[in-house]
Design a protein around this ligand. Structure first.
Ligand code: PLP
Ligand code: MN
Length: 381
């Protein structure tokens, strides 16, 4: 039995101490999480807009349930494997936001459509729509779909208004697909740090979205659902009023990348940092540097460096040292910290960091109150 599982057993009906946990460990502050969930639920509701938060961020049945309890329409999933796990966990109203194109994945999509409540998927090509429709026939199921519109990054989505109309016609001709609307996710704009610059970029991109929606409406395909947006642009998108539902994901946790962005335009932070990694000093034999037990396997490396949140000076410079270790560098840090001392880090980028862990260790202050699985960990296909 692993230490954590033993602790889990011990936690049934009792609580534990965060300080007892072996490190590195993924820590989730449940009160901050719930405040973030409530804040975006209230904000979207006050605009009369729906919320279908992206679960690629957390991959967790427990967190998805909290979002649904707070009024979410469902959740988004990036891949069929993620959707299968969350549907199995009782989550309804899942939208799969990446095209499902591999033959085996289409089979699983059709099978999931037959058993999952309110499943939706995006499509961006008539040939794939046809394959999905054929596979739905084998399952005697139907599926609601939205057309993914490329916001200009050439990742996924139809590349023009004409292509959107052609695809809407193709979908309308297929008996088992039901056209519901469009998806538009401006991934390149989410992390523009300056608010005015981000707003200007989104205003320009929204003009394009409106032109595609107008073309669809002219052809008799006015969308019921316009889904998209993220943590970076949620306020701007709510003010512009085009989306019927938002897909923000990272807001539940907040990572360093998003802390670097002015999300409100006045420097106020609308969400709290709920996620962290607790690590420990494992070596302190130099005055200006200590080594901690969290390296590439404990923190994703695509989003820059981690930040020290607690246990060492916030000004300490973080440097990845390798698979297992990082350095915290500051004058005299090796004289003030000793092997075994705990530090809490704010993660550089939340989604890929979460995918490195089997469990969330859920805390209230310094009390461990639950251990939740990262239910869809590794479900990349
Ligand atoms: N929607 C889609 C299609 C995404 O790919 C993502 C994240 O990458 C999101 C929504 C959530 O965005 P964020 O994490 O910036 O809130
Ligand atoms: Mn992300």
């Amino acid at each position: 039995m692993s230490d954590d599982i033993r602790l889990h057993a011990h936690l049934v009906g009792r609580q534990g101490s965060r300080a007892d946990l072996n490190t590195p460990v993924l820590i989730l502050d449940v009160e901050a999480l719930d405040r973030n969930i409530a804040a975006l639920a209230a904000l979207t509701a006050s605009h009369g807009v729906g919320l279908r938060p992206h679960a690629k961020t957390h991959k967790s049945v427990d967190i998805a349930k909290r979002q649904l309890d707070a009024g979410a329409l469902g959740v988004c999933c990036a891949k069929i494997g993620e959707a299968e796990v969350l549907a199995e966990g009782g989550i309804a109203g899942i939208l799969i936001t990446s095209p499902v194109a591999a033959p085996r994945a289409i089979e699983r999509l059709a099978a999931l459509a037959a058993r999952a409540d309110g499943l939706m998927a995006v499509v961006d090509h008539p040939a794939v729509a046809e394959r999905i429709d054929a596979m739905l026939g084998a399952e005697r199921a139907t599926l609601d779909v939205v057309i993914d519109i490329d916001p200009g990054i050439a990742r996924t989505g139809v590349a023009s208004a004409d292509a959107a109309v052609d695809l809407a016609r193709a979908i309308a001709a297929l008996p088992r697909l039901r056209y519901r609307g469009v998806q538009y996710y401006c991934g390149s704009q989410q992390h523009i740090e300056d608010h005015a610059e981000r707003r200007a970029a989104i205003v320009e991109r929204t003009d394009y979205l409106n032109s595609v929606i107008a073309a669809l409406a002219d052809a008799g395909f006015a969308p019921d659902i316009v889904t998209g947006s993220g943590t970076g642009t949620h306020r701007i998108d709510l003010a512009l009023g085009v989306f019927t539902e938002l897909q923000a994901g990272s807001y539940v946790f907040m990572d360093k990348q998003y802390l670097d962005c002015d999300l409100t335009g006045d420097g106020d932070a609308p969400f709290e940092t709920a996620l962290g990694v607790d690590a420990r000093v494992v070596s302190a034999n130099h005055s200006g540097l200590v080594t901690i037990d969290a390296g590439f396997k404990a923190l994703s490396t695509d989003g820059g460096v981690a930040l020290v949140r607690r246990g060492a000076p916030e000004s300490a410079f973080f440097a990845f040292m390798g698979d297992e270790h990082s350095a915290l560098i500051a004058p005299d840090i090796g004289r003030t910290l000793a092997p075994g001392d705990p530090v809490t880090l704010t993660v550089p980028h939340c989604d890929p960091t979460v995918n490195l862990y089997d469990h969330y260790h859920v805390v209230s202050g310094d009390t461990l109150v639950a251990i939740w699985p990262v239910s869809a960990r590794g479900r990349a296909r």
